[in-house]
Ligand binder design. Structure first.
Ligand code: COA
Length: 284
């Protein structure tokens, strides 16, 4: 894909490229990036296109304006899907599920959620389904569903259970109480919480660390972790052994050979202290 190719996007999603980072913004600032069915359609298309776009080595998912996202759009998702046929409703749910968790969870490229402002309800799903997350200390989070008569649905209840402990998850499910970014870090919802004026820079730093890695091995490592969580020990051991062999097989960069050669033979690097020299010739 050359640099002059059209930039993916749509009415509800904005993409900006910067040195291998694709900044992907939910772009309905006037609605606090509430997630409608139309937004899901745009996001599905954007994520599909970015997966094969060489300008994108890592995705940062964020929101324009005052919010990461105010959750599902009460009009553009709930009320509108109440008003259509069962089949259309099914389709709208499928399209929403696709980007918010199925695609993000198994995406070919690494993903970082960058959260500022408001993050409510359904917004927890894409947040949790990104690989990593950084937040501003003063962001406002809430499982607000209980406050307006619904349960944390979609797949929110399931998603929070993968990162939060039961006591904390139940507390926020049942009270709908708000919390800030610092608390989100304590709860395991994000990797880091930083002052708001450091948020973009810190996220960029993290993205750059990921961009330096061997992309094939990084993808394999992410998938290996995500899938092995659901296996028992015996299955996981077999799966990971096979996944490791597959990684060596598909890695055109021959990272394993290079790393071993540079450590054991050439003594030019130590794996514990950094990454191997990716541009060196591979041992054949
Ligand atoms: N669904 C649909 N519309 C939403 C929305 C949502 N989840 N969140 C915000 N909006 C709309 C508002 O209706 C308003 O539209 P209008 O200008 O046409 O009246 C616009 O976005 C701005 O919202 P407003 O409430 O005026 O902004 P605010 O900055 O004062 O407050 C929030 C922001 C996020 C605190 C508040 O909008 C809110 O509580 N939203 C709902 C959050 C929620 O519970 N989401 C869970 C859904 S699963």
């Amino acid at each position: 894909m050359n640099d002059s190719a059209p930039i993916p996007g749509g009415d509800n999603v904005l993409v900006e490229f910067e040195d291998g980072i694709a900044w992907v913004y939910l772009n309905r600032p006037e609605k606090r990036n509430a997630m409608s069915v139309d937004l899901a359609r745009d996001m599905n298309r954007v994520l599909d296109e970015l997966e094969l776009d060489d300008r994108c080595g890592v995705i940062v998912l964020s929101g324009k304006g005052k919010a990461f996202s105010a959750g599902m759009d009460l009009q553009g998702f709930f009320r509108n899907t109440d008003a259509v046929s069962d089949v259309e409703r099914h389709r709208a749910y499928r399209e929403t599920r696709a980007w918010q968790w199925r695609t993000l969870m198994h995406y070919a490229k690494p993903t970082i959620a960058m959260v500022h402002g408001y993050c409510f309800g359904g917004a927890f799903t894409p947040l949790i389904c990104c690989d990593l997350a950084v937040t501003a200390d003063d962001a406002t989070y809430g499982l607000s569903e209980i406050n307006w008569g619904i349960i944390p649905g979609g797949v929110v209840s399931k998603a929070i259970a993968t990162v939060m402990g039961d006591r904390e998850a139940m507390y926020y499910v049942m009270t709908g109480e708000k919390f800030d970014g610092v608390r989100a870090k304590e709860l395991g919802l994000v990797n880091e919480s930083v002052p708001a004026d450091r948020l973009v820079e810190r996220t960029r730093e993290l993205a750059k660390v990921l961009l330096e890695k061997n992309p094939t091995v990084l993808r394999q490592a992410r998938m290996a972790y995500k899938y092995s969580r659901y296996l028992d020990w015996e299955q996981a051991a077999e799966y990971l052994t096979a996944k490791g062999d597959q990684t060596t097989f598909v890695d055109t960069e021959k990272g394993r050979d290079k790393g071993m050669k540079q450590f054991l033979d050439e003594k030019t690097y130590k794996p514990g202290l950094g990454h191997y020299h990716r541009d060196a010739e591979a041992e054949q």
